[in-house]
Design a protein around this ligand. Sequence first.
Ligand SMILES: C[S@@+](CC[C@H](N)C(=O)[O-])C[C@H]1O[C@@H](n2cnc3c(N)ncnc32)[C@H](O)[C@@H]1O
Length: 219
Amino acid sequence: MRTAVVLLLLLVAACGGKKDDGGEPNIPVGSGKSGDDTAREQARFDSERKPEKVVEALGIKPGSRVADVGAGTGLLTVHLARAVAPNGTVVATDIDGAVLELLQSRLAAAGLAEIVERRVVGSETPGLEAGAYDAILLAEVDHYFTDEVAWLKAATAALKPGGRIVISNRIHHRPRSMAAGQKAGLVLQFELTPVPTHFIAVFVAPPAQPAPPPAHGGK
Ligand SMILES: C[S@@+](CC[C@H](N)C(=O)[O-])C[C@H]1O[C@@H](n2cnc3c(N)ncnc32)[C@H](O)[C@@H]1O
């Protein structure tokens, strides 16, 4: 019993449970809540965060491959999976394998488990394969990176040509996020403020530099 209580506390602290505004924590699916409670949790999240605006910013469509970095219990992932279904993929990463188990339950309940690949990653590395992603989403996660500039540079290599890196976070994190994007060499395409609490910033990789002309004068 003591072990079960400790486990539950750890999972709630891990996120969806963790919010940095001191507000009421999200209760993850699979934590003993009923299906109705899970639906209410999702409805409250959707009205607070407007995930359809995040999907729009990502520019994803059926068949896209998108990474959801720091996906937590999957409250956003479920929207990404619907957007890329039936033949696309969401790679949901997190440093915490336990929250990804809860994410899997949420996606399975929505009939979207096949669309999502879970991946436990290290805290300072994206863990995403090169040249493979139409879009990479960082939602309420970039403030955890120790070196955000290095992280973003590494993630840029995972984009397909024309791919997007989308950062969404609480408004008070915006100056740090925007400065990191700029220092990483990303180009800001546009910004949205879908709700007063959160910003969404859409970046692309800088244009490739033309290769230098071949050196002449050799033998
Ligand atoms: C506040 S939750 C955000 C969950 C979801 N993205 C959302 O917007 O609702 C932050 C999540 O990021 C994860 N996380 C923290 N540092 C991370 C890192 N360096 N790489 C990947 N995930 C990380 C945490 O484990 C947690 O699940």
